[in-house]
Design a protein. Structure first.
Length: 274
């Protein structure tokens, strides 16, 4: 069963007499005439297979790419069709043929204004919703963070953060750089030195320490080092003297173990009482 966030419709890929079809709200929108049907939730289309040939149907069941190709690859918002003679043609998710594309793949982001592009040399760049170039394809890797910011990798393989103009906002010196779940904070790591640094939603550095574990909760971030626990709200502001349920505290902080001693209180120790 398929569910879409913006729709109350229920889609079911079902089989009848050994053939696959699609039912929407108890009505067949794709007839039971295919060997196999798969749903691509990225582009919201159905991939159809019949007699070892492949085609594409829209979410409403309309055939938008005929069932005549040997292979179809989902390259972001591009659908790459491979004919039996090896000819490659690109379509968008509406089934419209894309002429003279210079990109191998175009990827959606969580911001409708930006798409990440990958060219035929594997370089990453950015275009806007109109297809206009925002950043040329000069990066080894790009990942959308939030607002107008992107995690980027340079030619040395180091990670940093840039804005839509390509200006460096966080220095290219990290081996791990990722958005902290449920927040607008960014966690950065220098693995060789076991250093963790945290950046706020304004991309200001708010924390640096070694041997650190970061825990994400619905309304706060918990940062546990070898000797103490510190708390930040989801924007990266430090929280002082906060009372947080012990059920949200980690079982381990480095070599230390959590021990309860009554009334919901706990402490951390290297020794576990038998």
């Amino acid at each position: 069963m398929l569910e879409r966030e913006d729709s109350d419709a229920v889609y079911i890929i079902a089989r009848k007499n050994g053939q696959a079809g699609v039912i929407k709200n108890r009505k067949a929108i794709i007839n039971f005439a295919y060997q196999n049907i798969e749903y691509d939730d990225y582009n919201e289309v159905f991939m159809l297979e019949r007699s070892s040939k492949i085609g594409i149907a829209s979410i409403d069941g309309k055939l938008i790419i005929p069932v005549e190709y040997e292979q179809i690859n989902m390259n972001g918002i591009y659908l790459e069709t491979v004919a039996f003679d090896g000819a490659i043609t690109y379509f968008n998710a509406k089934g419209e043929k894309q002429e003279n594309t210079k990109y191998e793949s175009i990827l959606k982001t969580n911001n409708e204004n930006y798409f990440i592009t990958i060219d035929k040399q594997g370089r990453y760049g950015i275009i806007d919703r109109e297809g206009q170039t925002v950043l040329e394809n000069t990066y080894q890797y790009l990942e959308y963070v939030y607002e107008d910011y992107f995690i980027a990798s340079n030619d040395n393989g180091n990670l940093g953060i840039i804005n839509k103009m390509g200006d460096i906002v966080v220095e290219f010196k990290y081996e791990v750089l990722q958005k902290v779940d449920n927040s607008n904070m960014v966690e950065a790591k220098i693995l060789k030195q076991d250093i963790t640094e945290l950046y706020s939603s304004k991309l200001e550095k708010v924390y640096t320490n070694k041997k650190v574990s970061v825990y994400s909760y619905e309304d706060h971030i918990e940062v546990a080092s070898q000797d103490k626990i510190e708390y930040f709200d989801v924007q990266g502001n430090k929280i002082e003297d906060v009372q947080i349920s012990n059920t949200k505290q980690p079982q381990h902080i480095g070599p230390y173990h959590k021990v309860y001693y009554g009334y919901g209180e706990c402490y951390y120790t290297k020794e576990i009482e038998e």
